[in-house]
Design a binder for this molecule. Structure first.
Ligand code: UD1
Length: 420
């Protein structure tokens, strides 16, 4: 199994080009199922979750070819086949193929999704919403079997603004010619990106970026060309790495407006950040002090995916900061591991109280989820001496070239093979 060997402490200097957003690429890859034709998708990160989505498309008889950072996908001759757990179980976003296959074929059979173990991550909202659109869904052991004899016009109210459920509704409705309305929709930028893709294929969508979205699909969506938005969580990760380690980084092909709450916290902590249309520059020269308490919220609030990396950045800051997690129930696995490096963290239900410590000491730590894994990389880079981070398969699911990029910035990090 693979692990990261990291030697610290280190400061980071240089430039990073941010990749396309994982959380846009995945729903858009599912959306290609609706198109009876060719799509050319630019700015697609080379990460495990994208690889899994491509394997699902190929299994469904799509032609998929990578050309640099772009993917060419031809779904003309797609076949509806049952997707089993070896593919669907690799990531949470496989659930998006349920809506997409419903949209194209009116039928789907797919094993329950996998993904990061962040507590109960039910799919009830997805299923209720698809049922309101006319689907009949049976849960057979570990598999969802969907049939949809007739699509219904519906107004669907989401009790919480679920990102995935909003996307699944848009996907299922993408081929339906009457109006579907989502009330209580998620407003994340990645939803806007999916909506823009669907609009290019022929759908008429209003209210994107608000909590009330309406979509009138198109019976035969066309293939199209699309460039995925920058990954705001990868952006936050490099900013937090620079903040925690100290140094100066310029991030290109990204957009500061997508992560305003993270930038606010880092500026409060003492980092100097400047941004223009396509770059963000961070300078973290001295000791940080704790920003106001962090409460994760749906967009445009503080993103739950950036909570672990900000916590890592602040491990050595002066003062105390409370982190409250309101989106996922088990999103503090990294906190226990950070304690192994000397971090002073106290967890209480949905809160972690972080008190800054003078120094961190290298140790062996284990990543249990994607963003928690990235946070542990940032923590190990600040720790004195050698650290060994296991569980890097989680990090590979969502980061394109993390260790190569960090090495180019001055970090001492390498991937090693260790016996389990
Ligand atoms: C997406 C992102 C993930 C991010 C999360 C919140 C992708 C591929 N993943 O995940 O990186 O952390 O948004 O911004 O885009 N819920 C239910 N029932 C459901 C669906 C969700 O109770 O049917 C709950 C979840 O358990 C969670 C909350 O709703 O507590 C929000 O989840 P959701 O917005 O659906 O997240 P994902 O789409 O899974």
């Amino acid at each position: 199994m693979q692990a990261y060997e990291i030697a610290g402490p280190t400061r980071l200097f240089g430039e990073v080009t941010i990749h396309g957003a994982k959380n846009s690429a995945l729903p858009i890859l599912a959306a290609t199922v609706l198109c009876r034709g060719r799509c050319f998708l630019r700015n697609i990160p080379e990460i495990e979750d994208v690889h899994t989505a491509c394997l699902i498309l190929q299994y469904l008889n799509a032609e998929v070819r990578r050309q640099g950072n772009a993917l060419y996908i031809d779904t003309t001759y797609l076949k509806n086949r049952p997707i089993d757990g070896t593919l669907a179980g690799k990531m949470r976003a496989s659930i998006l193929f349920l809506g997409a296959l419903m949209g194209r074929f009116g039928e789907a059979s797919i094993a329950l999704p996998g993904g990061c173990p962040l507590g109960k991550r039910p799919v009830d909202l997805h299923l209720c919403a698809l049922e309101r659109l006319g689907a009949q869904i049976e849960v057979q052991e570990d598999r969802l079997v969907l049939t949809c004899p007739f699509f219904c016009a519906a107004e669907i109210r989401l009790p919480i603004p679920s990102v995935g459920a909003t996307e699944n509704i848009l996907l299922a409705a993408g081929c339906v010619e009457h109006e579907t309305v989502i009330v209580g929709a998620a407003r994340e930028p990645e939803i806007c990106d999916l909506a823009e893709f669907l609009q290019k294929t022929g759908a008429v969508i209003r209210g994107v970026g608000t909590d009330r979205i309406s979509i009138i699909g198109c019976r035969r969506p066309a293939g199209t060309i699309h460039t995925v938005i920058p990954d705001r969580i990868e952006t936050a990760t490099y900013l937090c790495a620079a903040a925690g380690c100290g140094g100066e980084l310029t991030l290109y092909q990204t957009d500061a407006k997508l992560i305003t709450p993270v930038i606010d916290s880092l500026e409060h902590a003492g980092c100097r950040i400047e941004s223009e249309a396509e770059y963000i520059k961070i300078c973290a020269s001295g000791g940080l002090s704790m920003p106001p308490d962090v409460v994760t919220m749906p967009y445009p609030g503080f993103p739950t995916d950036a909570q672990p990396v900000l916590m890592a950045a602040l491990l050595r800051a002066e003062g105390a900061c409370r982190f409250r997690e309101t989106i996922f129930e088990h999103r503090f696995c990294h906190a226990e591991q950070m304690k192994r490096l000397g971090g002073n963290l106290t967890q209480n239900a949905d809160e972690v109280l972080l008190r800054g410590t003078d120094k961190l000491i290298g140790n062996s730590v284990n990543a249990q989820d994607l963003r928690g894994g990235a946070a542990l990389v940032i923590a190990c880079l600040q720790a004195e001496g050698k650290s060994l981070l296991t569980g890097v398969k989680h990090v590979d699911r969502g980061y394109d070239n993390l260790e190569k990029n960090l090495s180019a910035l001055g970090a001492i990090i390498k991937k090693v093979e260790i016996s389990p």
